[in-house]
Design a protein. Structure first.
Length: 263
């Protein structure tokens, strides 16, 4: 009877602090002085801390050549942090298996709807990597690869002049107008690849709005080559039946195939 009495008296008990999300918990315990470098058989992995945006991971394959490389920025989805995604989704192995000559950058990202966009400006992330690793970024284009809720951050990065390709892994939950405008704006070529499971209907809506688009009804197997007409299409939609929303990034086959097929 205590709770109803308190409500009558206008005294609402304190519900306690709002629970923190996986990303925010990691950010809260990350310091700017953190820096770990690992030289492995198949490449080099660096993890460094930032003041307000958590850790950033950077992966360079053993075959990395800066003069011909591209930059791939990967953003994880909800219910995880960047450290968890690196470990549990075996991201360095997936990046290695893609065979791409790229500088792979993996920052902290939103892990729930209440999280803010931790890196609202892509250029600040790239400058942070250059400064902490003391290297020059590749002069080639930038590829944005994101899973699930990563779409919100990616939509804010489309204005960067070097972004030429966006790969959304079951991530078209919103901002369709932003992605369409980015595709339609000059200069080409620009490419948007949508892999859909929960988001397949939204992807089909995007296809109807654009004549020069391609739809694949099933995921090809790892390293299956695509015809040039598909590889160069501005908008490609791939429907997933074999892999569900989480398996798309945890199975270990899709991310390497995407990065290889649309290289």
């Amino acid at each position: 009877m205590l709770l109803p009495l308190l409500l009558v008296l206008g005294q609402v008990p304190d519900a306690g602090p709002e629970p923190t999300t996986p990303a925010q918990e990691l950010i809260n315990r990350t310091t700017e002085s953190e820096y770990v470098e690992q030289l492995l058989d198949d490449g080099k992995h660096v993890r460094f801390g930032t003041k307000d945006s958590g850790p950033v991971h950077v992966w360079r394959p053993r075959s990395y050549r800066a003069d011909t490389a591209v930059t791939v920025v990967y953003l994880h989805g909800f219910f995880t942090s960047v450290d968890q995604a690196m470990r549990e989704h075996q991201l360095t192995a997936q990046f290695r298996d893609s065979g791409r000559n790229a500088l792979f950058i993996i920052p902290e990202a939103r892990s729930w709807r209440t999280d803010p966009v931790y890196w609202p400006e892509l250029e600040k992330l790239l400058l942070a990597v250059e400064k902490r690793l003391r290297l020059k970024r590749p002069k080639g284009p930038i590829v944005l690869l994101g899973h699930s809720g990563a779409y919100r951050t990616i939509a804010g990065w489309l204005a960067h002049q070097n972004v030429t390709q966006v790969l959304l892994v079951d991530g078209l939950y919103g901002n369709e107008a932003d992605f369409k405008q980015w595709l339609d704006s000059a200069p080409p070529p620009r490419q948007l690849v949508l892999v859909g499971f929960d988001t397949q209907q939204r992807a089909e809506w995007m296809l109807k709005k654009r004549a020069a688009s391609v739809q694949l009804d099933t995921l090809p197997w790892l390293y299956d080559e695509l015809p040039p007409a598909i590889r160069s299409a501005a908008l490609v939609s791939v429907q997933s039946e074999r892999l569900d929303h989480m398996q798309l990034v945890t199975d270990g086959r899709l991310l390497p195939w995407l990065l290889h097929a649309f290289r």
